[in-house]
Design a binder for this molecule. Structure first.
Ligand code: GDP
Length: 186
């Protein structure tokens, strides 16, 4: 898999939507802008108040365009609606390893993802702010692993600040979505 510097509107073989979700201030926007670098085109849909970004990724001979949605802070006002999740094939479900409450709230976000997203949605559980693990950790790695195992999710700890595992988290999701899409189009 390689990242292309393709232009925003280059013809692609697959286009899919994925969402970022989780409590306020866990680092969703920072993860997205890390993943974005300068190859991303940030855009917004003011009517529904979300932000989204595209990135082109080449897998084998196929060009995949991932459209990734960010809540633009709306979760703060409990204003995420079903349209945010609709049609999404993947999600990064994010908590902050330095705030236990953001981990406890994952159940609520998982419920919403499963209620409104596609039935075979690929969900990657992301424990962000791993750069603060030594000084301020409130959620053990094992807690993240157990939840992921229980719920059938992939799991990674990331640091948007230090750019650790950010690419990996998005790529895990994108690769799995691609696998599902290719099986469906066989
Ligand atoms: P969002 O509300 O989930 O989109 O969170 P933001 O991306 O706006 O980040 C919330 C706060 O956490 C900001 O002050 C960020 O600078 C900080 N932050 C985000 N990611 C990290 C990280 O990986 N490590 C540290 N130490 N701080 C982070």
């Amino acid at each position: 898999m390689s990242i292309m510097g393709d232009s925003f509107d280059e013809e692609c073989d697959y286009l899919f939507k994925a969402v970022l979700i989780g409590d306020s201030a866990v680092g969703k926007s920072n993860l997205l802008s890390r993943f974005a670098k300068d190859q991303f085109q940030l855009d917004s849909k003011p009517t529904i108040g979300v932000e989204f970004a595209y990135r082109n990724i080449r897998v084998g001979d196929k060009l995949i365009k991932a459209q990734i949605w960010d809540t633009a802070g709306q979760e703060r006002f409990r204003a995420i609606t079903s349209s945010y999740y609709r049609g999404a094939l993947g999600a990064l479900l994010v908590y902050d390893i330095t705030r236990r409450a953001t981990f406890e709230n994952l159940r609520k976000w998982l419920y919403e993802l499963r209620e409104y997203g596609s039935s075979d949605m690929v969900i990657v559980l992301v424990g962000n702010k791993s750069d603060l693990a030594n000084s301020a950790r409130e959620v053990n790695v094992e807690d993240g692993q157990s939840l992921a195992q229980l719920e059938g999710l992939s799991f990674l700890e990331t640091s948007a600040k230090d750019n650790l595992n950010v690419e990996e988290a998005f790529f895990q999701m994108i690769t799995k979505i691609h696998e599902i899409m290719s099986q469906k189009s066989l």
